[in-house]
Design a protein around this ligand. Structure first.
Ligand SMILES: [Zn+2]
Length: 491
């Protein structure tokens, strides 16, 4: 499938973070590290970068544009659904760590199908949810709002296991299979048998979304290939990438049958700088056999995280036993010393994966972080570019293919309220979060409705409060939809 390659730099660094990278392909705009679908700050732009949107201003995502065009929309990930990539498609915040705000925006942004992890951000602190398989998930929301109840009021089905997911055949559905992130693909069988695979989630999402006669847009993230790269864990990366590949096949099979659907697959960036070949292999590089690459990985049954989780205690004997049992490798005394030394500045699983890669495989790594080179684009159809493109162009290609206009959608959904009136106040003291008071109405932040004369009026987009990177409320900006302005008599 590979066609072009994609440049991945963000507004303030040639090596990107996931939030800014996702903002680029979700909205078509470069932004700053950690920012999600809002404009970049001015202070630290890369040389030669010209921002295409005001700092901290929300910009519509391709998912929001698809919704306005009447299409069904879905989000599937194996991380918390509030993690950077899925969040960029359905929320607008200045820091990817704002999981509770992101979750609130995702709930009120009316996505039809959401599958992944992160249920703790639906539930208030002090409350809990008992799953269909007997676990208890404790809430993390500080605003006291029970968003699981909101989803049910809004007609969503909620499922927490593969079995429950399989029973859903139509309608709006959220399936969250963990309170935080889901398991790595290869560890699911040991730690979370109730979880579906990425391919199973994609298959179900497509079956539901494709019932919409206006078509659909589905965003899927194989979230953990990146984490495997951070970990320098070769088997974790290979197995999670194969799980992603299986999901792409499900999408491709549908697209082939359907004939009107395009599939675009691309990484947000490289992580770990994984290579075949490294400094420490004993053999000359021109003597590398297939077996040298494959055999060490073939004996591995879990990720390095799994190896560490299955240690009976923190002793060297326990580490040695778990590595032998789960990876089929007998660590030497020298290996153990190297791992323990490396683990003084990194986690044990980072150290284990890194040192075993070095001593037992031909796979090299350049970093525990991200790298800045171009990444592959896999895409079929006549719109597929066969040259080097920028990651912002991915959003434009997607928009053109479903005949929507991202700029127009931003103008419809996110108008700076201060451009229309100075007569509004932001009430920060409401226990459920900030509310905007304007023209006799109340607009709760992160939500898609206003309350006027005791009536609740649904709006086409969420109200966004941008705090603009400082603690001065005088600099805060409010963004509302054009429909809201009309209902307020401010158009
Ligand atoms: Zn990363």
């Amino acid at each position: 499938m590979q066609t072009g390659t994609v440049k991945v730099h963000m507004a303030n660094s040639i090596i990107p973070g996931s939030a800014a990278a996702a903002t680029a392909f979700a909205t078509g705009h470069k932004t700053t590290a950690r920012f999600l679908s809002v404009g970049p700050r001015k202070e630290d732009l890369l040389t030669g970068t010209n921002p295409t949107v005001a700092p901290y201003a929300p910009v519509a995502s391709i998912l929001e544009a698809a919704q306005r065009a009447g299409k069904a929309t879905g989000i599937v990930a194996t991380s918390r659904v509030t993690h950077a990539t899925p969040a960029a498609f359905a929320s607008h915040v200045q820091d990817r760590g704002m999981d509770n705000d992101i979750m609130e925006q995702m709930v009120y942004n009316n996505v039809d199908v959401v599958f992944g992890g992160g249920a703790r951000h639906l539930i208030p602190v002090g409350e809990s949810y008992t799953t269909s398989f007997g676990s208890i998930w404790h809430g993390k929301r500080s605003d006291g709002e029970n968003l699981m109840a909101v989803l049910k009021e809004r007609g969503y089905q909620f499922v927490d296991s593969r079995t429950e997911m399989e029973s859903i055949t139509s309608g709006k559905v959220w399936g969250l299979f963990d309170d935080s992130h889901m398991q790595p693909d290869m560890d699911r069988q040991y730690f979370a048998e109730h979880e579906p695979s990425l391919a199973e989630m994609v298959d179900k999402a497509i079956k539901i979304l494709s019932q919409d006669p206006d078509g659909f847009l589905l965003m899927v993230e194989g979230s953990q290939v990146d984490w495997a790269g951070h970990n320098n864990d070769a088997i974790y990366m290979v197995r999670d990438f194969i799980a992603f590949d299986d999901a792409v096949k499900v999408a491709n099979d549908f697209a082939e049958d359907d004939g009107r659907t395009i599939v675009m697959a691309y990484p947000d960036h490289n992580t770990g700088g994984m290579k075949i070949g490294h400094y420490d292999t004993a053999m000359g590089y021109t003597e590398t056999r297939v077996e040298d690459l494959v055999n060490p990985l073939n004996g591995m049954k879990t990720t390095a995280n799994g190896v560490v989780a299955m240690m009976v205690d923190n002793s060297d004997e326990a580490l040695r036993a778990s590595v032998l049992e789960n990876w089929g490798i007998s660590l030497s005394d020298e290996d153990l010393l190297e791992i323990r030394t490396y683990a003084r500045s990194r986690s044990l699983s980072y150290a284990l994966a890194h040192i075993v890669s070095k001593n037992y495989t031909v796979i090299g790594w350049t970093t525990h972080g991200h790298t800045g080179e171009t990444v592959p684009l896999w895409m079929g159809g006549k719109r597929a570019p066969e040259h080097v493109i920028d990651n912002t162009e991915l959003a434009q290609i997607a928009a053109a293919s479903i005949d929507v206009d991202l700029k127009k959608t931003t103008r419809r959904l996110y108008v700076d309220l201060s451009d229309r009136t100075k007569n509004y106040t932001i009430d920060y003291n409401d226990a459920s979060g900030p509310v905007i008071k304007v023209a006799g109405a109340i607009l709760p932040v992160n939500k898609d409705y206003m309350i006027k004369a005791g009536r609740t009026i649904r709006l086409p987009g969420i109200t966004v409060l941008a705090t603009c990177g400082d603690d001065n409320p005088a600099n805060d900006k409010v963004y509302v939809s054009r429909r809201a302005l009309k209902k307020l008599g401010l158009r």
